[in-house]
Design a protein around this ligand. Structure first.
Ligand code: NDP
Length: 451
């Protein structure tokens, strides 16, 4: 049986674009459908604009710090509209690059919504096309809980396009997005209250990272309130009135929910072909990203494995090699380095202390907490932390966790060492780069025995 395409990809985000490009380079005839802009969450309303906002917001502190380094600084003000305009220009540039990547790789782009009709047929706009394989790479979307007045709240999607910079912001959630945006709005001069329903923000991170980030963001001005959650939101003449579950009230100009994301599977026609979903609505896949239908695969956030762009890219490449190079490759979701662009940022790879203890029993901990050198002249109070988790028998470094400037940059290289199975002895044998925050990673000799 011949088909119009060897591969039809639904969703032109990081995973879909990479899978289509590699599949095409392996000789497949490929088409991709995208109903919004090419680039996906990361490029359009995720990692990229978020990082630009983080840079923008950090200048407030940098300008203050500059004074103690001898700079005379005039009154600094921030223009939100300039930031938004320049960010939009950059996103347009990246969107154009993605279009070029697709066309240079002979991937045919359909700028419409696609729906699966049967296991080899897709309706895309008003066309019907057939494909031997279908790849679902439709990503995720913010979850807005069912709170009275939730229509007055925004998610990160809208935060990137606000007309005005809100002066008083309530951020709801304690995960990546909440912590990052609390820091962004705080740095840009808003009064920020962050509400987290639990006790410790950044659930799933090492407990020392959780403690350190909570401590540092509060020092920088974020009013972090744990065990606190909105019960309703009302519009008033002066803004928004938020009534919390304990009955107390807050006023704000914007309420931003960052309470998780869910897979984009609605209206894809998955029920037409019997693609099974997990209980949370994500597409269920095997280690090769194959769904319960043997010619339909799924990669990226829609599968809710590890919702990170580089992971979607790896899953996309592994899919292409498995199907079109006939070299089955299952991407292993372990030792994935990641960063939280909180202020200060976090870089982590491998196991947390709690995970390591559960898996290995006894583990050795090395931890150093200190004032980064830059702060010595600024008299700033920001602190940094480096922590290693080591398996005593083999000496293998199981996890590395950093809180401090450039932690995201540092952890990339450490991720290679941890992926290679480096031991503490090998870390110790590595010469430090002086004076840096990162040198602590190779200079800690005393085991940490505290909690
Ligand atoms: P997360 O899952 O990280 O965090 C969601 C937060 O919202 C948690 O603190 C959760 O609390 C809380 N929450 C969930 N439901 C409710 C509710 N009904 N009411 C109040 N609070 C609630 O999701 P994010 O939206 O922050 O990010 C989504 C994913 O995107 C991340 O998991 C990450 O993989 C990715 N991402 C990565 C980034 C990076 O690499 N730097 C940046 C941004 C996103 P609880 O802990 O109690 O469940």
């Amino acid at each position: 049986m011949t088909y119009d395409y060897d591969l039809f990809v639904i969703g032109a985000g990081s995973g879909g674009v990479r899978a289509s490009r590699i599949s095409s380079s392996l000789g497949a005839k490929v088409a991709i459908a995208e109903e919004f802009r090419v680039g996906g969450t990361c490029v359009i309303r995720g990692c990229v604009p978020k990082k630009l906002f983080v840079y923008a917001s950090h200048y407030a502190e940098d300008i203050e710090d500059a004074k103690n380094y001898g700079w005379t600084v005039g009154e600094a003000t921030h223009d939100w509209k300039t930031l938004i305009r320049n960010k939009d220009t950059e996103i347009d540039r990246l969107d154009a690059i993605y279009h070029t990547i697709l066309s240079n790789n002979n991937v045919e782009l359909y700028q419409s919504r696609a729906e699966i009709v049967d296991k080899h047929t897709v309706k895309v706009g008003d066309k019907i096309v057939t494909a031997e394989y279908i790849l679902i790479a439709t990503g995720g979307t913010p979850v807005m809980p069912d709170v009275p007045g939730i229509e007055h709240a925004i998610s990160s999607n809208e935060a990137f396009y606000l007309e005005e910079m809100p002066k008083r912001v309530v951020v709801v959630g304690g995960g990546y997005i909440a912590v990052e945006f609390a820091g962004i709005f705080n740095g840009l001069g808003a009064d920020v209250i962050q509400l987290y329903r639990g006790e410790k923000i950044l659930r799933g991170f090492d407990h020392h990272v959780q403690q350190m980030v909570a401590q540092e963001i509060v020092k920088k001005g974020v009013d972090l309130r744990v065990q606190s959650n909105p019960a309703k939101i009302e519009k008033t003449t002066t803004g928004l009135l938020i009534t919390l579950e304990d009955g107390s009230t807050l006023e704000a100009d914007a309420v931003m929910y960052a309470t998780g994301r869910r897979a984009n599977t609605d209206g894809l026609g998955l029920e037409n072909v019997g693609v099974e979903l997990k209980p949370n609505g994500a597409v269920a896949v095997d280690p090769y990203s194959k769904t319960t239908v043997d010619n339909i695969y799924a990669v990226g956030d829609v599968t809710d494995r590890v919702a990170l762009t580089p992971v979607a890219i790896h899953e996309g490449m592994a899919f292409a090699e498995t199907v079109f190079a006939k070299k089955p490759r299952a991407f292993v979701h372990s030792n994935i380095p990641s960063a939280v662009f909180s202020q200060p940022p976090v870089g982590s790879v491998g196991l947390t202390e709690a995970e390591a203890r559960q898996e290995y029993g006894d583990v050795d901990i090395y931890k150093s907490e200190f004032r980064p050198m830059k702060q010595t002249l600024t008299l700033g109070s920001e602190r940094a932390m480096v922590k290693l988790i080591v398996e005593p028998k083999s000496g293998r470094v199981l996890g590395v966790h950093i809180v401090g400037a450039d932690a995201g940059e540092i952890i990339q290289g450490i991720g290679i060492a941890v992926t290679c199975g480096a031991t503490k002895e090998q870390f110790d044998a590595t010469v430090g780069v002086h004076p840096t925050l990162a040198e602590e990673i190779v200079t800690m000799r005393e085991k940490y025995t505290g909690e």
